[in-house]
Design a protein around this ligand. Structure first.
Ligand SMILES: C[S@@+](CC[C@H](N)C(=O)[O-])C[C@H]1O[C@@H](n2cnc3c(N)ncnc32)[C@H](O)[C@@H]1O
Length: 249
């Protein structure tokens, strides 16, 4: 199993995540995204759904409130503890689990899986494919995956236009066209303390994703370029793909 492209403990430090969450996500945004996940995946009550990786569970909690049966998994034990405590206090039934998306070991358990907010591409190519295979194995035949990543095509376009990817304005980012890895360096002041970290993610475009999905027995059904469900174009900052697991292996 390959290692992260970046220092995981530093980039997903609970202090930083707490800070960024309160600065970037509000309940209304999370609710809109949860509603779109519901729509992209045509969620129905009674389905078995997996949110992976769930972070502190901002989408899983809201979908559980709507009565959906959700399991949610993240690598970070402290995010999971925080999410479990929230669910307990709110009387919500969500099965929050600590685990590794490189090694899920779920076999045909879920009707729907979602992996959103640039949570794919943290490893070398072989391991990223393995993560996709693990998600595919966890789906029942006919089950569906929603994958949401940054659009590699678009970052390349923006790099050549502006020297810096526009969606990362204000951040120090570099895109390496050979490795297709986007590196973000961020410096923050949290409670008076300076904190800096580096985050790396392998960017994929739609044709690479199609190839990987098909290798994992997943058939792309729909492509979108943003949370609102607009059509995907070369300049869309993001990719949302819904793919269905084939009935034949
Ligand atoms: C950008 S966050 C997104 C979380 C969530 N989907 C959201 O929208 O808030 C990425 C998450 O991936 C988790 N993660 C990174 N590597 C992982 C792994 N190998 N297995 C499971 N989770 C992992 C991190 O702990 C972090 O919570």
């Amino acid at each position: 199993m390959s290692e992260f492209l970046f220092d995981y403990e530093r980039a997903f430090n609970p202090l930083i995540t707490g800070h960024l969450e309160s600065a970037s996500f509000d309940l209304m945004l999370n609710q809109q995204q949860a509603k779109q996940i519901q729509s992209f995946l045509a969620l129905e009550k009674g389905m078995k759904i997996l949110d992976i990786p769930c972070g502190t569970g901002r989408h899983a909690k809201l979908l559980a409130e709507q009565g959906f049966g959700i399991d949610a998994l993240d690598y970070n034990a402290s995010f999971i503890e925080r999410a479990q405590q929230f669910a307990k206090d709110a009387g919500l039934s969500v099965n929050f689990m600590q685990g590794d998306m490189r090694d899920l070991r779920f076999k045909e358990k879920y009707d729907r899986i979602f992996n959103v907010f640039s949570s794919f591409g943290y490893f070398d190519d072989k391991t990223n494919l393995q993560v996709m295979q693990e998600m595919s194995s966890a789906l029942k035949p006919g089950g569906r995956l929603l994958l949401n990543v940054l659009n590699g095509e678009s970052a390349v376009v923006k790099e050549s236009e502006n020297g810096i990817a526009r969606q990362f304005k204000g951040l120090d980012t570099q895109y390496d066209p050979h490795s297709k890895i986007l590196t973000t360096n961020r410096a923050l002041k949290i409670e008076g303390e300076e904190y800096s970290y580096e985050f790396k993610v392998r960017l994929y475009n739609a044709s690479e994703l199609t190839h990987m999905l098909e290798m994992c027995g997943l058939v792309p059904l729909e492509w979108h370029g943003d949370w609102a469900g607009s059509a995907l174009t070369n300049t869309s900052a993001q990719i949302f793909v819904v793919a269905e697991k084939s009935f034949v292996a």
